[in-house]
Structures are given as structure tokens and as C-alpha cells.
Design a protein around this ligand. Structure first.
Ligand SMILES: [Zn+2]
Length: 405
């Protein structure tokens, strides 16, 4: 991810951390006696994958919403209907450590959006010592008629967030979206993250209804807020795009992750680029919901840090970054396999501010990495593409398993 592939390479691991990466012969000479050697012939060693955007709390809804939907309203109505059903509560109770789902997809680090504290998806399962991947939790704030963070948290004020942040480095806040979260709430959530130097995330420009809402204050989002009793009659539509709106709120910077970014024009991309904001595309979710196609090539050509996220199992078939990347290879022109490899590893780790310990094989990084089986005849020019397809097929294994955070 950071340098050309190394033939007959080796990775030296101790205490769950990488001590050295280099030619196998050289590493072996300098390795203490008694070191366990694990051989992976005909395989590519690569870092555990990174999925910066998912909602593990929605995993009980896997397979329950048929795709494709006819747009975001149709998807959201299906989601609300399911959440009212008994199966949702039962599914939540019976949910087996969802982090293990991530492990099965080769994911070593994820960004997970959570709506309750402490996040139930993050509580370690006491009955087992099965290792789990690193998970950064974004506690999501929401409410279009709320005046600020304390309005959201109630009498406890900021204490629940402060307590969580104190005990968990992998914790920060996210705002749901511009049509569901008041400007004050978005700004304060971002300020809170900024003060702690932690990443902030928001769904942005996901569907045409969001655009209509900001331009004219009308349409599906307006009706939704009124139905939910969340409409704020004092709010005036800014008459601009979601990116311009967020830019105006002052929340775009190198610690902000914009999720989806489907409906952006040139001026928007310019703002994303000049503020060095990060973008996490979720193209399979967009295709399943029928919300549009993100212009990934435009973002990449501007050197914007881009990653791929799966979003939740309520809008995707699985949580596999390999599958997400193969979907892009097959459905979006002008994106090279090598770029996709970086998007599902190093770039995702960078936007979660974990590039020092995830997303690449480097000294000091997590000793959890993958061995992807590669046919011996593979030409180096097809290596990245082969890794993605082999990964999607399941022709990989953990060379070392991630440790719990
Ligand atoms: Zn999402």
C-alpha cells in the first residue's frame, strides 16, 4: 500500500505488532532463535481491510429489505416498517457479536455508527476470548429541531460523551445528515470532535431528496420531519448543495469524513479538496437504494482521500470491502484496481486517524494481516486486480488475527 510489492517478502510480528517488513531471507537472518515461521506460498500478504462506514446495529435486518429499492424514500419506509416489527427487537437481542462478522470479511479496522451508549456492538463477549477487529465508534447525533448537543443528551449534558471518550480512544461523534440534524447540532458535534482531535462523520449528498430539501425546503425530507414532529419552522433552506452547506457551517476539514458523496458538482469537489476533507463512498448501498452513482474518478483525480465503506446490512448484501471494490471494478469506469486496494486499506485507516497502526504493513502497525492466495502465473501488472477478485471469492485467510481494542 505504501511501496511496490515485495517478492518473497516476510513480516516479523511480536506482541501483535509488526517489528519489521522486508525480504524473507534477510529477515530470517536477523530473527531470534525459536521464532515461529509461518509460510504462505503463492500468496500476497496484505494488511487487514478497513471499512470506515458501517452500522453494525442494523445487522439484524440482513436480507430483510429486498433490493433494489425505488429510491431513498422507499428504502427508509421499508426500514421504519421493519424497526416497528418484533423481529427487530428479537434480532437485536439475539445478535451474535457483530464484530465477528467483520473478521469473516477480512476487516481489521472499521468505523461504526452507533445510536446508543455504551454501544452494544462494542461490548466484548465475556463468554469467549475470540479476538475482534479494531472498531472506531461514531456515536450519532440526530434531531432537526434540537438546538444543540445538550438538547440531544438531556440533563446529563455532555457527560456521557466525555466519559466514553475518556475510556475509549476509538470513540467520537457523527451527525446523521443535513436533513435530519439541526445546524447547531452538526456544528457542536464537530467542535466536540475537533477539541479532542478525533474524526467526525456525516452522511452527505446521498440522494436527490436531500438536495431538494436544502435547495427549496420541500419534498420527502420535509414531510418526513413533519411526520416525525421534528420540523423546525424557523429554519430557512440555504438554497445550496449539502457540501456548500457543511462548508458554511465550518465543519469541513481533514478530520471530517463525508459518507456517500453522490451528488456533488465541480464547485463541491473543489470545496472537499481545498478543505482536505475525506470521502467514504458506499457504491453498492447507493446502487441498492437507487440513490445515484458517485463520481469516484473525479474525487481521485483531485487527490482527495477516498475510501470504500459497505454501509449497513440494511442496504447491502454483506460487509465485505473486497466485494465493494470488485463492484466498483465492474460498474465504474476509470478506477484502477491499485487505487481500490488503497481505498479499502490505507485510505480508510488514514481517515479514521489510524494509519500508523492499520491499513499497511509497516513497522509498528497491527500484526493482523491477510494472506490472499494468488495463482503463481499472475503477472505483476494484474496483481492488484487478482487480489481483489481472490479476496471476494474468499481465497484468503488471516495470517495473524487482530487483537481486541
Ligand atoms: Zn450509513
Amino acid at each position: 500500500m505504501t511501496s511496490p510489492p515485495l517478492e518473497d517478502g516476510g513480516v516479523l510480528v511480536s506482541g501483535g505488532r509488526i517489528l519489521a517488513v522486508g525480504p524473507f531471507g534477510k529477515l530470517r537472518k536477523n530473527t531470534p532463535r525459536g521464532t515461529l515461521i509461518m509460510e504462505h506460498p503463492s500468496a500476497a500478504l496484505m494488511p487487514g481491510l478497513v471499512n470506515p462506514h458501517t452500522h453494525l446495529e442494523l445487522s439484524p435486518l440482513a436480507g430483510k429489505i429486498p433490493f433494489p429499492r425505488q429510491g431513498f424514500p422507499s428504502w427508509l419506509q421499508a426500514l421504519f416498517a421493519l424497526k416497528r416489527e418484533k423481529c427487530w427487537q428479537e434480532g437485536k437481542q439475539n445478535q451474535e457479536a457483530p464484530q465477528r462478522e467483520l473478521l469473516k470479511t477480512g476487516t481489521g479496522l472499521a468505523g461504526d455508527v452507533c445510536n446508543e451508549l455504551p454501544c452494544p456492538q462494542k461490548i466484548p463477549d465475556p463468554s469467549t476470548d475470540v479476538p475482534v477487529p479494531l472498531v472506531h465508534t461514531f456515536c450519532e447525533v440526530l434531531g432537526f429541531n434540537r438546538q444543540g448537543l445538550e438538547d440531544e443528551t438531556g440533563p446529563k449534558g455532555m457527560a456521557p460523551f466525555e466519559e466514553e471518550a475518556l475510556k475509549d480512544d476509538f470513540f467520537s461523534l457523527g451527525a446523521h445528515a443535513v436533513y435530519s440534524t439541526s445546524p447547531a447540532l452538526i456544528r457542536q458535534a464537530k467542535e466536540w470532535c475537533h477539541r479532542l482531535h478525533r474524526p467526525f462523520t456525516i452522511h452527505c449528498a446521498e440522494h436527490p431528496e436531500e438536495m431538494e430539501f436544502l435547495l427549496h425546503g420541500t419534498g420527502f425530507c420535509r414531510r418526513l420531519l413533519e411526520d416525525l414532529g421534528r420540523w423546525n419552522s424557523r429554519w430557512k433552506p440555504p438554497g445550496c448543495s449539502p457540501v456548500s452547506y457543511l462548508h458554511g457551517l465550518g465543519v469541513l476539514d481533514e478530520r471530517t469524513i463525508l459518507v456517500h458523496a453522490v451528488h456533488l458538482d465541480e464547485d463541491d469537489w473543489q470545496k472537499v479538496s481545498s478543505t482536505r476533507s475525506n470521502v467514504c463512498f458506499c457504491p453498492r448501498s447507493n446502487a441498492n437504494i437507487h440513490g445515484g452513482r458517485p463520481h469516484m474518478a473525479r474525487a481521485l483525480s483531485r487527490n482527495i482521500t477516498c475510501a470504500l465503506g459497505t454501509d449497513s446490512l440494511a442496504s447491502n448484501d454483506d460487509l465485505s470491502p473486497f466485494s465493494e471494490a470488485v463492484h466498483v471494478l465492474e460498474n465504474h469506469e476509470g478506477i484502477e484496481a491499485q487505487s481500490l486496494l488503497r481505498m479499502i486499506t490505507l485510505n480508510g485507516a488514514a481517515m479514521l486517524q489510524r494509519a500508523h497502526e492499520a491499513g499497511s504493513l509497516r513497522k509498528g502497525a497491527s500484526g493482523a494481516f491477510l494472506a490472499v492466495t494468488i495463482p503463481e502465473t499472475t503477472h505483476s501488472s494484474h496483481l492488484a486486480e487478482t487480489i481483489l477478485y481472490q479476496g471476494q471469492k474468499g481465497a484468503w485467510q488471516w495470517a495473524c488475527t487482530p487483537r481486541a481494542n
